[in-house]
Design a protein. Structure first.
Length: 110
């Protein structure tokens, strides 16, 4: 007898939850959109972080905006660049793993 996780296309490793009933069998998330957005925003935030870092290093506390506020913006942009980079890595690994698995079709699942 087949287990529920084999029916929905996983290999039994627990990466996906078993179907609970009414969701579509071949539903897919927008991984391409996520990859495009992360691919666009990673270099944007990395460049912004570098730019604000250079600006902050040449700024003094008396300047407007102050060097402290520029360092904060630099750090925030750096964190956002890191999040986008991690998302790109996660998406690449997920795509590689999903290409190795057979894709279930509606006629395969009851």
């Amino acid at each position: 007898m087949k287990r529920a996780d084999h029916v929905n296309g996983t290999s039994g490793s627990g990466h996906r939850r078993a179907r609970s009933g009414t969701e579509p069998v071949v539903a897919r998330s927008a991984l391409g959109l996520r990859m495009a957005l992360s691919g666009f925003f990673f270099p944007l935030f990395a460049a912004a972080s570098a730019g604000f870092g250079v600006w902050a290093s040449g700024s003094t506390p008396e300047d407007h905006p102050s060097d402290d506020s520029l360092w904060w913006v630099c750090g925030i942009c750096g964190v956002l660049a890191l999040v986008a980079a991690v998302d790109l890595v996660v998406l690449a690994r997920r795509r590689k793993r999903e290409k190795a698995l057979p894709r279930p079709y509606a006629s395969d699942v009851r």
